[in-house]
Design a protein around this ligand. Structure first.
Ligand SMILES: Cc1ncc(COP(=O)(O)O)c(C=O)c1O
Length: 380
């Protein structure tokens, strides 16, 4: 069956006990042991084993493809940090220079202190990646594409080839593209990470994450062991909401992508803007790679840079009526955010930038809202 069908039917298996089409939610924390010491279906305690999580994991694994394994985590950050924490002190890791700031902040605050040798590099520049990889020492290349909040595009097939030639794994944060648009395992990735709080759930009401692995190898077992022993499992209700959200994933992601492209195209020449950053625009530096690597759209995320600088950006933020002023991304409602304010003074994000997460509302309403806000927000 195609991924769309698997998603719409949440794998399409009725509950074996009740025949219910919508899956049950198992809230139990523990499972009864047989007199001989064994456990039915090998489930012991919910920090490791929960059928509701396992159902959502099977569905997400089917969407990412390639026979991969999947483990849900309590948040996208819990998922991302589980990958780094499964490495060893002294391991050299290369990380995209432009990426979600929470990952950068955690690496700077914790990974360095624990002796991880973290190096940031421009993963859109293959020569820079090749020069930064240390054969035999680099254990992991961490890539986000499209990367927050400039939406830079990394060529996954090319960086996987470089990393693998040097014996390093590649982990891809696929939160923004989702498996609807990009399946990193098809390009050679070893690990895929998601904040499922974003598009996969899609309704801004779940905090959870996921790690997927192309192979059930010792590194994967370490990640699973980290989840169990550090207690990074999500609750069953989050897992249940996630499987429900994923049923409409394809519709939502395609709609958001179409509307984001329409907004980017509409505003690209707007006199109040110096740039519209969106990989779907032909003049975006990563457009050709994105067109190869993203199938069916360029995603629902874009950023705009204001000619009037930070003051104008904040004025536009005050004027919007349809876009909601809020952080995060990937929900059904459109959001607008001044990232620099949220990230603080150490942020490399330009002060004149507003990040837009495009939802599924009427594109005309969104365009008219931004048009009016740009006009009303012009500094006089
Ligand atoms: C690309 C990306 N990765 C990871 C995360 C972290 O996810 P969470 O907020 O679920 O911990 C986010 C959150 O904004 C994100 O945008």
């Amino acid at each position: 069956m195609s991924p769309e069908t698997l998603a719409a039917q949440a794998l399409g298996q009725a509950d074996p006990v009740t025949g219910a089409l919508a899956p049950a939610i198992t809230l139990a924390t523990n499972y009864e042991q047989h007199p001989d010491g064994s456990y039915p279906q090998d489930r012991v305690y919910t920090r490791a084993d929960n059928p509701t999580s396992e159902h959502a994991e099977r569905l997400l694994a089917a969407l990412e493809g390639g026979g991969c394994a999947c483990a849900l985590f309590a948040s996208g950050m819990a998922a991302a940090t589980a990958v780094f924490q499964s490495l060893l002190p002294g391991d050299h890791v290369l990380v995209s220079r432009v990426l979600y700031w929470g990952v950068r902040k955690w690496l700077a605050e914790f990974a360095l202190a624990w002796g991880m040798d973290v190096e940031f590099t421009d993963t859109t520049d293959l020569a820079a990646v090749a020069a930064a990889i240390r054969p035999g020492r680099t254990r992991l290349l961490w890539v986000e594409t499209p990367a927050n909040p400039m939406w830079e595009i990394t060529d996954l097939a090319a960086v996987c080839e470089l990393a693998h030639a040097a014996g390093a794994r590649v982990a891809v944060d696929n939160t923004v593209a989702t498996p609807v648009l990009t399946r990193p395992f098809e390009f050679g990735a070893d690990i895929v990470v998601h904040s499922v709080s974003k598009y996969l759930n899609g309704h801004s009401d779940v905090l959870a994450g996921a790690v997927l692995s192309a192979r059930r190898d010792p590194f994967w077992e370490r990640i699973r062991s980290w989840r169990r022993n550090a207690g990074a499992m999500p609750g069953p209700f989050e897992a249940w909401l996630l499987q429900r959200g994923m049923r409409t994933l394809f519709l939502r992601v395609h709609r958001s992508s179409q509307t984001a492209l329409a907004i980017a195209t509409h505003f690209r020449e707007h006199p109040a803007l110096t740039a519209v950053l969106y990989p779907g625009l032909p003049d975006h530096p990563g457009h050709a790679i994105a067109a190869r690597q993203m199938d069916g759209g360029f995603g629902g995320m874009l950023s705009i840079r204001l000619a009037g600088g930070a003051g104008h950006a904040k004025a536009v933020l005050r004027e919007v009526r349809v876009f909601k002023r809020a952080t995060s991304l990937g929900g059904v409602e459109s959001l607008i955010e001044h990232r620099r304010s949220g990230e603080g003074p150490s942020s490399p994000v330009p002060d004149d930038l507003l990040r837009l997460s495009v939802g599924i509302e009427s594109r005309n309403d969104l365009i008219a809202d931004l048009e009016a806000a740009l006009e009303d927000g012009v500094p006089r």
